[in-house]
Every structure is written in structure tokens, then in C-alpha cells.
Write a protein that binds this ligand. Structure first.
Ligand code: ZN
Length: 161
């Protein structure tokens, strides 16, 4: 049971870099990230690349946007008046806000530019449109608990329900 497959909890050490080689994210030293395989806890391209690998394997994979966070959709970029941001002292590029999407679902919007009284907001995922490079080491594979399978996520510290 050391091979990566659905319904198993996989622990990975990883470094994520963009096409320019800049580190975007990485697991903490000595603290692999755990996820439930086959439950869409991670992006499809990475899940596919890890399927069938074994604990101890190192995997390097380049993932195109369609298998990662999707293409960057220009229609999700809008200009809105700054007065929409009530209660925010100063709206600055890079700020992220929770908003409601077209179907009322929660979505994150990021401020990409501020010009005078107009603010450009972007509802795309910050990594949309980016080619991502993952450098992964599979640190461990374990059976998921029944609870974890039901909830489709890993129950670590801090998950209390
Ligand atoms: Zn849960």
C-alpha cells in the first residue's frame, strides 16, 4: 500500500515554481502537505502525475493552465469605482477580497490596479493562465479513514467537525 491511488492520503514535499523559475509556494521544511488522492484536493495535472508513483519517488512535472487553475479569462477583469470598497482605508494592488460570483458562490477577487477613483479587479485565480512547475517528493502514503473519505479531505490538526 505504498502506491499512490484514489482514497489514499498522500504526503508530499513540494516546490511550485512559475515559468520564470520563481518559487510561488512550497511545503514547510519537514512538514509534508497531506491530501486525499482522487478527491480533487489538488489540481488535476498534479494528481495525474502522482498516480501510480510510490513513497520515496521524486516527480518533476510541468502543468499547463488547463490542468491547473484554468486560463486567464479577460471577462473576469473589471473596473469598478473605488467607493465600492467601503470600510477599506486604502485600496491597493494585490489586495484580495471575498466576493460573490455569478451564481452567488464565494469567489476571491484581487485588486490588480488602482487609478484615481477606479479600481481594476480580477476574479481569476491568481495562478490562472500560468504554466506551473512542481518538484515533488512523495513522503508517505497511508490509508484514509472513513471520515476522511466521506468528507473528501484529510483530517489533520485543526479540522474539528
Ligand atoms: Zn472533514
Amino acid at each position: 500500500m505504498s502506491q499512490v491511488a484514489n482514497d489514499l492520503v498522500i504526503a508530499i514535499n513540494y516546490t511550485l515554481t512559475n515559468a520564470a523559475g520563481e518559487v510561488l509556494d512550497q511545503s514547510d521544511e519537514g512538514q509534508p502537505m497531506e491530501y486525499l488522492h482522487g478527491a480533487e484536493n489538488i489540481i488535476p495535472g498534479l494528481e495525474n502525475a502522482l498516480t501510480g508513483k510510490t513513497a520515496g519517488d521524486k516527480v518533476q512535472v510541468t502543468i499547463q493552465p488547463e490542468d491547473a487553475y484554468g486560463e486567464h479569462m479577460p471577462e473576469m477583469v473589471q473596473q469598478v469605482p473605488a467607493e465600492m470598497f467601503q470600510g477599506v482605508d486604502q485600496v491597493e494592488p494585490g489586495m484580495a477580497f471575498q466576493s460573490a460570483g455569478p451564481d452567488g458562490e464565494p469567489m476571491m477577487i484581487t485588486v490588480s490596479a488602482v487609478e484615481g477613483d477606479m479600481v481594476t479587479i480580477d476574479g481569476n485565480h491568481p495562478l490562472a493562465g500560468q504554466v506551473l512547475n512542481f518538484d515533488v517528493e512523495i513522503a508517505g502514503v497511508r490509508e484514509a479513514t472513513d471520515d476522511e473519505k466521506q468528507h473528501s479531505h484529510v483530517h489533520g490538526e485543526g479540522c474539528n467537525h
